[in-house]
Design a protein around this ligand. Structure first.
Ligand SMILES: [Zn+2]
Length: 402
C-alpha cells in the first residue's frame, strides 16, 4: 500500500473566485465522492507561506527548525551532494557596466548552452579559506557552494533586486551590485561576507575576459548571489516516520526539499516544472513508484506560475488538464490519494497569500463527506475541518497504518 501526495503548487485561491472553483474537474470530484475534504492552513501562525517552508511543513519538518535558507535546497535539487557546513546560494548570471551598475539581471536571458561554458571559469576561482563549487542549472540560473570550516549563511545578498532574504526590490534598476555584509555580529558571518566579496571581484575579472562574453551584447560578466543557506544533514523520513518516500517533480527547489528529507528523486523525462511539463509521463512514473514506495510525492508547478501571472484563464485550464491526466490513478486499488496545495496564489492577487488551501483525501476506510465538488467553499464544510500543515504527516502515517 502506498499514499500518493499530489501538491499542486499555489492551488488555493479566494473562496468564490478561485480557479479551482471555476474549473471542471470530474476526476477529482469523483475521488472526493469516496473521500473527505477540508482546508489546510499551512503555518499555524498564519504567516504567508513560501514554497520551501510550506513543503517542509507538509513533510512534517517544521521550517522554524529545519529551514536554513533556500540555497541548499536548490543545490540538492540540482543534484549536488552537500557536506555538513556548506553554504549554498542561488545565482544569476547578470550584466553590469564598468561602474558596477546592473544592466540586466539575467544577462539577456543567456541560454544554457552558452552559460554552461562559463561554469568552468567560475570553478577555477581560488579563494583562501573556502572551496568554490559552481553549477549552472537552467539558462542564467545556477547554484554556488562555499565549502570550508567556520562559514556562515547569515550574510546579505549581492543581487540588488533581493538585498535581503524575502525582500524583493522591484525598482532595482540603476542600482549597483551589492557588497555582502554580515547580518549577525559573528566572526563566521564577517569572514563569509569577505569571501563572497572577494569571489564577486574575481568573478567579474574572469568573466570579463571570456571570449564568448565579448561577443555578447549583454555579457554575463557577474554572478549575482541570493538565498544563502547553511546545510546540515537531518534525520530522513524513513528514520523519523518509518516511511520510504520518493519525489516526482520538475522544479529543482521541490526536488531539493524532497532530497533534504530523505526522499528518492525519480527523474522523469519531460518533467519541466512549468506549463510544458509532461503530466502524463509524471502520472506514469507515479503508477510505477507506488509499487516500490510508501509515499509518492507528486509536485506540479504551473498552477502557481499562472497565479503569479494573474492569468486565471490559464490556471483554470491547467487544473482541468491535471484532472484529465490523473485518470489512470483512479484505477489503483488500496492507494489513498491526497490532493492539495502548498499555499494559495490567487489569480486576483498574483502573490502568495495566507488563505487556507483546499485538501482532498481519498481512501477506502475514511468517513465520506458526501460533498460532490472539490473547491474552497465546499472544503470549508468538509469533515476534515481546518487543519494545519503539520497535521498532514500524521494523517499520512495513519493512512499507511503506522
Ligand atoms: Zn509554492
Amino acid at each position: 500500500m502506498a499514499v500518493i501526495l499530489m501538491i499542486l503548487d499555489g492551488l488555493g485561491g479566494k473562496i468564490n473566485t478561485s480557479a479551482l472553483s471555476k474549473s471542471k474537474h470530474p476526476n477529482m470530484d469523483s475521488l472526493l465522492k469516496n473521500g473527505t475534504c477540508g482546508l489546510i492552513q499551512i503555518h499555524s501562525d498564519k504567516r504567508v507561506p513560501e514554497s520551501e517552508g510550506a513543503h517542509l511543513e507538509l513533510f512534517g519538518y517544521s521550517p522554524e527548525i529545519y529551514l536554513k535558507g533556500r540555497g541548499p535546497l536548490e543545490a540538492l535539487g540540482a543534484g549536488i551532494k552537500l557536506c555538513n557546513g556548506d553554504i549554498a546560494f542561488r545565482t544569476n548570471f547578470a550584466t553590469i557596466d564598468s561602474k558596477g551598475k546592473v544592466l540586466d539581471r539575467r544577462a539577456g536571458r543567456i541560454k544554457s548552452k552558452e552559460a554552461k561554458k562559463l561554469e568552468k571559469e567560475i570553478n577555477s576561482i581560488k579563494i583562501k579559506g573556502a572551496e568554490i563549487i559552481f553549477k549552472q542549472t537552467v539558462d542564467h540560473r545556477g547554484v554556488l557552494i562555499l565549502r570550508g570550516k567556520g562559514l556562515s549563511h547569515e550574510i546579505t545578498n549581492t543581487d540588488p533586486a533581493h538585498p535581503k532574504e524575502g525582500e524583493l526590490i522591484s525598482n532595482w534598476k540603476n542600482k549597483k551590485y551589492l557588497k555582502s555584509v554580515p547580518i549577525k555580529n559573528s566572526k563566521e558571518a564577517k569572514r563569509t561576507a569577505e569571501i563572497i566579496n572577494e569571489f564577486t571581484k574575481k568573478s567579474i575579472e574572469i568573466l570579463s575576459k571570456n571570449k564568448m562574453n565579448k561577443s555578447r551584447i549583454l555579457p554575463a560578466n557577474i554572478l549575482l548571489l541570493r538565498g544563502p543557506g547553511y546545510y546540515c544533514p537531518i534525520a530522513p523520513m524513513k528514520e523519523r516516520f518509518g516511511i520510504k518516500a520518493c519525489c516526482i517533480a520538475g522544479g529543482a527547489l521541490y526536488k531539493g526539499c524532497a532530497c533534504y528529507v530523505g526522499m528518492d528523486n525519480i527523474n522523469v523525462k519531460g518533467a519541466t516544472g512549468d506549463e510544458f511539463t509532461d503530466l502524463n509521463a509524471k502520472i506514469k512514473a507515479t503508477l510505477k513508484a507506488v509499487k516500490k514506495y510508501d509515499l509518492v510525492f507528486l509536485h506540479i508547478k504551473a498552477t502557481d506560475v499562472f497565479g503569479h501571472d494573474k492569468n486565471c484563464k490559464k490556471k483554470i485550464e491547467f487544473i482541468e488538464k491535471i484532472d484529465k491526466a490523473i485518470k489512470p490513478l483512479m484505477k489503483l486499488k488500496n492507494t489513498p490519494i491526497i490532493i492539495t496545495g502548498d499555499h494559495a496564489t490567487p489569480c486576483s492577487i498574483g502573490e502568495h497569500t495566507s488563505d487556507p488551501v483546499p485538501i482532498l483525501i481519498y481512501a477506502d476506510e475514511i468517513p465520506n463527506d458526501k460533498i460532490k465538488v472539490f473547491n474552497e467553499k465546499n472544503c470549508a464544510k468538509g469533515e476534515l475541518g481546518l487543519i494545519y500543515g503539520k497535521h498532514l504527516m500524521p494523517i499520512i502515517t495513519y493512512l499507511l497504518g503506522l
